[in-house]
Design a protein around this ligand. Sequence first.
Ligand code: HAM
Length: 421
Amino acid sequence: MIRLPRGTQDILPGQSEKWQYIESTFIDICRRFNYQEIRTPIFEHTELFQRGVGDTTDIVQKEMYTFEDRGNRSLTLRPEGTASVVRAFVQNKLYGSAKQPQKLFYNGPMFRYERPQQGRMRQFVQLGVEALGSKDPAIDAEVIALAMTFYQSLGLQSLKLVINSLGDKESRENHRQALVEHFNPYRAELCSDCQTRLDQNPLRVLDCKKDRDHHAMVDAPKILDYLTEEARLYFEDLKAYLDASGIDYEVDSNLVRGLDYYNHTAFEIMSAAEGFGAITTLSGGGRYNGLVEDLDGPATPGIGFALSVERLLMALENEGVTLPVNEGLDVYVVSLGDIAKVPAYTLTQQLRKSGLSVDKDYLGRKMKAQFKDADRNEAKFVVVLGEEEVNLKQAAVKDMTTGEQEMVAFDTVVNHIQSKR
Ligand code: HAM
């Protein structure tokens, strides 16, 4: 037997309805916030992520599904959506559109070669948004509000929003120098990854899982102490918008995201519910004012976030939230005897044409077994067609909720059921 690859999953009937519900809720929230869908390819030139996500990140160094195609091009299954959206924004000159800022959302599979565990898959589905073309802190607050509104409308209650500012270029440069000076005396005690990080991207040291408990971490220089006046004011404005809209948050100066393109706002939304697994981050995002330029477009500010459906489902389950799905069939058509076969088939089609969800037996089952099948499908009505009914040009319609049964003229069955729904 061939099994699915590690870190992937089949989403079977019973589960897929939840995915559809989540996706359609996300689309609805995006519509309310005026974000429009963008669909980009699942694979891109490897260089896009090297330059976009950043050469020194774990994603690029360790986690990409990179392959050569038959034309010897290096391609990569996208590990995230932002770089692709920005590429599409530049390539399709969306910066020239009359609609500004460009507010985009996406929904699709992402791929990272990570060690699989609960909430960490090698193929996972991200729902995300990107707003390109505005550096108003109100839009940072809007993106956060969109994420929170989405989670809350699904019924999640225990959420924690954590925010930080990663400052502008100057703030980061000052912070970077302070980090190098702070950690250099302990260089030999740090893990080999951190020794490299110290040279390439010292901010990443703060995010290290291995060295998390090293004593030098405790009093490491905090980015918030190195913000320029402009960056500080930007962060203050964001907080004012969040306060004004009643969104609670925690400031964590150690929140550094795993991707290189961020500046100013960075945020993550965690599950604060008890009993949630080791990975509590449900979504993350932030501002990336230099990325469009890095990918050869005109200087354009941007902000966005992404969440994964897998972690969302874990959070829903942990909080005991059941989504309103699996509503069952409207009608099940039971037929008895050869004479009823064709009329039952055509009635099924007519009922479907009227918009109802309808099914019938295809296994030649006896009446009792057909009723059982109707139950399994949670049918609200059962229509019975036997020899007598066909001769009388009637059908027996049973309301499965009340148990009432009526004889109805064959050509009024559709209207009859529609009027009783
Ligand atoms: P990220 O933090 O790498 O950011 O991923 C965002 C979310 O994707 C995570 O919070 C998590 O819910 C989910 N996720 C990541 N890796 C996995 C995995 N292996 N299995 C399951 N879920 C996972 C980004 O991807 C940025 N592009 C977000 C962004 C958009 N920033 C600005 N715009």
